[in-house]
Design a protein around this ligand. Structure first.
Ligand SMILES: C[S@@+](CC[C@H](N)C(=O)[O-])C[C@H]1O[C@@H](n2cnc3c(N)ncnc32)[C@H](O)[C@@H]1O
Ligand code: SF4
Length: 354
């Protein structure tokens, strides 16, 4: 079992972001953290989890560094006995709020991996994205984290924003690789509905498709691509768990959980979640839904797709892709060789392309 905790507060709303996060509700942080605790306790019981059964914990957002480390203490007291020895415990952090004391507080609680939302080291681009930090703050936060003793540090980059060029990407990556990181998540900008960018028709994602260029630069630094957007010489066990279709607890407003072949959704509205933290709406996944997800997730990553979960016809189509050199069958698992083409390959296998 994996566990995900959602912190739906942010200091500014980035112009591209459609995640469940609010900038005007910081007065609810404390009561929200108490509600998280209730939801966690309820879910541990509901799914009858045994001690040591949670492999990885991921605290994401929103902006987890908005909540002081002390507010996480009761949550860690509750969850720690359920964590496996050596569990990966990741927390997202934004450079402007990940202060030294927050970082050491989180480390003392057991967090052993940080994922910084950097997006770029170019101040003009950061402003255009409406980020709450500048380049210098991002560098400092990552250096502070390493000095405090974090060995697993990741950063997020956004690319294919209008105005992005090979020079900008190169300079961002040069800076990234001068820092003590062992992981990069690089996301192609998506213009999501109802975001500021979606309402600004002149903002476009860049047509230049810098993904291949960016990947080339990252691979030169001996980071391995293990999913379409993820690279590292450390591979996040939590990420891999999702792509392996493992079950996960979803705790918090806007979190999603998956257990007993059901996806479940707690309240996404903060006030509703605080009032009723144990509520969730469930959606059963059919055998076919699960098969589709396993194909899509498997081909996006090094997880691959076990031959045995495919119908005969799907296997025949996967074999065509093998003959064309696009997939490889290794120990009964179809492995993708080009993650950037994964969705097309999945659709072809499922017989739903074109
Ligand atoms: C869930 S967000 C939270 C991270 C953290 N709050 C931060 O932004 O610093 C994780 C990452 O998703 C990426 N992301 C969010 N919206 C995106 C979009 N519309 N297009 C591309 N990447 C996006 C950003 O790189 C972001 O760091
Ligand atoms: S990208 Fe991160 S910081 Fe920006 S609004 Fe979304 S969750 Fe908040």
């Amino acid at each position: 079992m994996l566990a995900y905790l959602h912190i739906p507060f942010c200091d500014s709303k980035c112009h591209y972001c459609s995640f469940n996060s609010y900038t005007n509700m910081h007065d609810r942080v404390e009561s929200y953290m108490q509600a998280l605790q209730s939801s966690l306790e309820y879910q541990l019981q509901k799914y009858a989890l045994k001690s040591g059964s949670i492999e990885t914990l991921f605290i994401g957002g929103g902006t987890p560094s908005v909540a002081g480390a002390a507010l996480y203490e009761p949550i860690f007291q509750t969850i720690t006995p359920y964590l496996q020895d050596g569990a990966e415990i990741t927390c997202e952090a934004n450079p402007n709020s990940a202060t030294k004391s927050w970082l050491s507080g989180m480390r003392n609680l057991g967090v052993n991996r940080l994922s910084f939302g950097v997006q770029s080291f170019n101040n003009k681009k950061l402003q255009q994205l409406n980020r709450a930090h500048n380049s210098q703050e991002a560098i400092k936060a990552i250096e502070n984290a390493a000095n405090i003793g974090f060995e697993n540090i990741s950063l997020d980059i956004i690319y294919d924003f209008q105005g992005d060029s090979k020079e900008l990407i190169q300079s961002d990556l040069n800076l990234a690789f001068s820092l003590p990181i062992n992981h990069i998540s690089s996301y192609e900008l998506t213009i999501e509905k109802a975001t500021t960018f979606a309402k600004t028709p002149e903002v476009k994602s860049n047509q230049e498709q810098l993904g291949y260029y960016l990947r080339g630069l990252i691979l030169k630094h001996e980071f391995k691509q293990y999913e379409v957007s993820n690279y590292g010489n450390y591979q996040s066990r939590h990420n891999l768990g999702y792509w392996q279709h493992k079950e996960y607890l979803g705790i918090g407003a806007g979190a999603v959980g998956y257990a007993n072949k059901e996806r479940y959704y707690p309240h996404s509205n903060i006030d509703n979640f605080i009032k009723d933290p144990i509520f969730s709406k469930s959606e059963p996944l059919s055998k076919q839904d699960i098969q589709t997800e396993k194909i899509l997730l498997g081909l996006r990553s090094i997880v691959g797709v076990p031959q045995g979960i495919l119908t005969k016809q799907m296997q025949e189509r996967a074999d065509i892709l093998c003959n064309e050199g696009k997939l490889e069958l290794q120990n009964g698992v179809y492995q993708n060789r080009e993650f950037f083409l994964s969705d097309e390959l999945s659709l072809f296998i499922m017989g739903t392309s074109g």
